[in-house]
Design a protein around this ligand. Structure first.
Ligand SMILES: C[C@H](O)[C@H](O)[C@@H](O)C(=O)CO
Ligand SMILES: [Mn+2]
Length: 421
């Protein structure tokens, strides 16, 4: 008997169908963020300009993608090494300008044609594409954007948001899959504000203005992402949790809330927020990351909270499309392709781990107050032969099952391609 057959039998004894779990997982889209490949620099400005908005990449590992072609080649490596259904997640700053489309334009003037090459890339690989307006790392951050007291600044960024709605609609129509368009700004203040209210009212009005741009809510899913604080904006974040959640709740026909698990106080967990929000919202979106002491955007691991988030997505019926899963981390201190692969595979692993649990039976234990058995079973599941199912899943998906095998491919790519950049 193979290791997988043995594992299948042991899971079946708990009432878990490993084949069904793998089939379900294979159809769940995970949105892979393009910004891991180039340290969130994008292609629409000075590549040496600092990253602003309270986010930071640290490290200078060789091999950063410097052009769209390099970034696409790196993404191809990631796609080949990760199982499951993938989507691409682009930021507006990754617009591709060339002679054919008229060259560089500023962010308020972006058009679908600036993303045609990305559409071609996605079509050739059968990918959907999500999108993000880029409200940071730009001379027109004063440093605020949508919440700026300056009407000209706000207009520029509202026009950028509207342009992104049109681009998102184009991506969805071209690729035949909804486009999740996430609105996040780093707007905030370093020190104690004199006025906390006006920036929030302005932010609300600016998002209202962006969402007044016509779009089909079945195709374009605008999100509002909150945050607790960023570097340089420690005292006050305009788009706080209460702000973003209230905005989404009051505009349920137009947008959905997005939770990034790096964006809360360290003892708060997004896993617990998922069922709370699904009790009210038909759809929610997630940014899966790993914050170490702050929103540090470390590579996603197969750790307790990632597993718990996956468990809640599965148990709350989130895999039917109600929960939109995207990755959001950026590490420049290690091989960037490996970072991408580790995090993406770990999200898949966490979902498979969750799908291999006898959820209905565990629920019945809770409902019958049989907490002793529930604890025993939860602990038993931790040492079930999960790796044999994971390896079978990778084989079925045509990607390396053994981590050392994909790692060798990445090291060869580093030697032959990345180290020559
Ligand atoms: C680059 C992303 O838009 C960004 O990471 C945002 O989603 C965020 O999480 C900022 O902390
Ligand atoms: Mn995020």
């Amino acid at each position: 008997m193979t290791m997988y057959e043995e594992a299948k039998k042991r899971y079946a004894a708990l009432g878990v169908d490993t084949e069904a779990a793998m089939e379900t997982l294979a159809g769940v889209p995970i949105s892979i963020h393009c910004w891991q490949g180039d340290d969130v620099r994008g292609f629409d400005g000075d590549p040496a300009a600092p990253l602003t908005g309270g986010i930071q990449t640290t490290g200078n590992y060789p091999g950063r993608a410097r052009t769209p072609e390099e970034l696409m080649a790196d993404i191809d490596q990631v796609l080949a090494l990760c199982p499951g259904t993938k989507k691409l997640n682009l930021h507006a700053s990754y617009a591709i300008f060339d002679e054919e489309n008229g060259g560089w334009v500023d962010r308020d003037k972006l058009e679908p044609k600036h993303f045609k090459k990305w559409v071609d890339f996605c079509k050739a690989r059968g990918l959907g594409c999500d999108f993000n307006p880029t409200f940071f790392s730009h001379p027109k951050c004063d440093p605020l954007t949508l919440a700026s007291p300056n009407p000209e600044t706000r207009k520029f960024w509202i026009d950028h948001g509207k342009a992104c709605i049109r681009i998102s609609q184009y991506l969805a129509q071209e690729l035949g899959q909804p486009c999740i368009m996430n609105i996040w700004t780093g707007d905030g203040l370093k020190d104690i504000p004199a006025d906390r209210m006006t920036p929030r009212v302005l932010y609300k009005e600016s998002i209202d203005a962006i969402l007044s741009e016509p779009y089909d809510f079945n195709l374009v899913k605008p999100c509002v992402e909150s945050k607790v604080f960023g570097i340089g904006v420690e005292a006050y974040t305009v788009g706080s949790a209460e702000f973003a959640l209230s905005y989404a709740a009051m505009n349920r026909d137009k947008c959905i809330p997005l939770l990034d698990n790096g964006h809360y106080h360290p003892t708060e967990v997004v896993s617990d927020k998922i069922p709370a929000l699904l009790a009210f919202f038909p759809e929610i979106a997630l940014h899966i990351t790993r914050g170490v002491r702050w929103d540090s955007d470390h590579v996603v691991l197969f750790d307790d909270e990632t597993k718990e988030i996956a468990k809640e997505i599965v148990r709350c019926g989130g895999l039917d499309g109600r929960v939109k899963i995207a990755l959001d981390y950026f590490d420049a201190s290690i091989n960037r392709v490996a970072a991408w692969v580790v995090g993406t595979r770990n999200m898949e692993k966490a979902l498979l781990f969750a799908l291999l649990q006898p959820a209905q039976y565990m629920k019945s234990l809770q409902d019958n107050a049989n907490f002793t058995e529930l604890m025993m079973l939860s602990e038993k599941l931790k040492t079930m032969p999960f790796s044999a199912v994971w390896e079978r899943y990778c084989e079925m998906q045509g990607v390396p099952a053994d981590d050392q095998e994909w790692f060798k491919t990445v090291m060869d790519y580093e030697k032959n391609v990345l180290s020559k950049r």
